[in-house]
Design a binder for this molecule. Structure first.
Ligand SMILES: [Zn+2]
Length: 457
């Protein structure tokens, strides 16, 4: 990136402070958005931002100042330090990380910045036409965004990092209506550093429109407990939403009940179950080299052979809990301090084929795709975007969307088969403490749960 501020100036502003630790982030970003609601183009445009922040730590308390005007960085450092000094009464506990100086160039396959806005709009127009020429369609929702971001990070420990990345997302939804009955189907997809996939969704768009229409005549599930098979998307979102957030150490640290539950070494599932998170897994939307505290990223085992073996940390949570930092401190942009977040979270593949997984199911439910849901501590309620009965070992009739409800720990214990078909879901964004949507990915192979409560929506 064209440096908006010289390295010497940043390093000079960090010298001679009276805090335990100070860091500066300077960010330049540019985003393109196109959104349709029905036939109406709701939003089209490009925004750019330049800004930064200073975060200072003194006796366990943080001061944080964000700004758009990059001049007089020194006074911003002083403001953050004096905030921290007012509040600090304990002991600063940052787990040590090596000081690093590095430039990380973006991972790019097809750069969206090289594609004219008119071309982007044209492909979305094609998708809208596909949806609208499908009979019984009432409306459509299409959202496209690409975000280029370049961040400089410098700390009083001597780290100086310059990292850039490009994030691209597309979501498409079709709504069908007949005699007052409304059904919707859609999908979200995304890539790190690649626009190419945006142009290749014609078939997926047509299938979503067709599925919305088919749902109008689909039966509702008979509510009850079933053997449930989750597809990679729904299992991946389950892994992120129901389990992953409980692995974020700030949450564990602050909740006495979670500290009792999330005990390292405790069995959480069968020996075939392995769950990992890691920005060091390359080429995904949650991938990067250093987190927003300059910690080198890695791949962290959360559950290994069914046993809880790790959790996600910032330097502070690692310091307070006496564990290793994992490179999971992330800020959505320069207006926010980094907090503990997931990156790429997934269930590792096993050995079972999908055909074998359903072969001995007399009556079960095959739930696919994510529609929505919520979690409250260990309880979850998820809506699948698509569902089918499984009868006598075969996928049978399509159902109206179903809701899965349960306790995450009971559900993990009931995972009794893990597929060999890992797929990463890159359409999602994660929200936490007002920072949303943060680019993440999640994934899984097909998984089978021996017993789960299924209801209609
Ligand atoms: Zn999330």
């Amino acid at each position: 990136m064209q440096q908006p501020i010289a390295r010497e100036e940043i390093e000079a502003a960090l010298r001679g402070h009276t805090a335990d630790y100070v860091e500066v982030r300077i960010e330049e970003n540019a985003a393109t958005r196109i959104a349709y609601r029905g036939r109406d183009l709701e939003d089209i445009g490009r925004t750019t931002n330049l800004g930064g922040n200073v975060r200072a730590l003194y006796r366990g308390a943080w001061g944080f100042v964000s700004f758009n005007d990059l001049s007089d960085l020194r006074s911003k450092v002083e403001a953050a330090v004096s905030q921290a000094r007012v509040a600090g009464t304990e002991r600063s506990q940052l787990a040590p990380v090596p000081a690093v100086v590095d430039v990380v160039t973006p991972f790019i396959q097809k750069d969206p910045r090289g594609v004219p806005l008119a071309d982007k709009k044209r492909v979305l127009d094609e998708y809208n036409d596909l949806i609208w020429t499908t009979p019984k369609i009432q409306t459509s929702v299409i959202g496209y965004a690409d975000t280029w971001k370049s961040v400089i990070f410098a700390s009083t420990e001597g780290s100086y990092l310059d990292q850039s990345k490009v994030d691209v997302t597309l979501r498409v939804s079709a709504v069908a209506r007949h005699d007052g009955d409304v059904q919707q189907a859609g999908f979200s997809v995304g890539r790190l550093g690649d626009y190419g996939f945006v142009e290749q969704q014609h078939q997926a768009v047509q299938e979503a429109a067709n599925r919305a229409v088919e749902l109008l005549s689909a039966p509702a599930v008979q509510g009850g407990e079933y053997v449930v098979v989750l597809d990679p998307i729904l299992a991946g979102v389950f892994c992120h939403e129901a389990f992953g957030h409980l692995s974020e150490s700030d949450f564990v640290y602050e909740n006495p009940r979670m500290r009792e539950i999330m005990v390292l070494g405790k069995r959480f599932g069968p020996a075939i179950l392995n769950i990992v998170d890691g920005a060091a897994v390359p080429g995904l939307r949650g991938s990067f080299r250093y987190d927003d505290e300059g910690t080198p990223t890695r791949r962290s085992d959360l559950i290994r052979e069914g046993v809880l073996v790790g959790r996600l940390h910032s330097r502070e949570t690692a310091g307070k809990m006496g564990e290793q930092p994992t490179g999971n401190a992330r800020a959505i942009d320069y207006r926010f301090p980094p907090i503990v977040r997931m990156t790429n979270t997934f269930i590792e593949p096993g050995t079972t084929s999908f055909a074998d997984m359903i072969a001995d199911i007399q009556e079960g439910v095959y739930a696919r795709n994510w529609y929505g849901g919520q979690t409250s501590m260990e309880m979850f309620t998820f809506s699948a975007g698509e569902a089918y009965m499984i009868r006598n070992g075969k996928v049978a009739e399509m159902l109206r969307p179903v809701v899965l409800t349960g306790n995450v720990f009971d559900t993990l214990q009931r995972v009794d088969a893990i597929g060999n078909d890992l797929d990463m879901n890159q359409g999602g964004g994660c929200g936490k403490h007002g920072q949303s949507p943060l680019p993440v990915s999640n994934g899984s192979p097909h998984i089978r749960i021996s017993r789960c409560l299924v209801g209609g929506r």
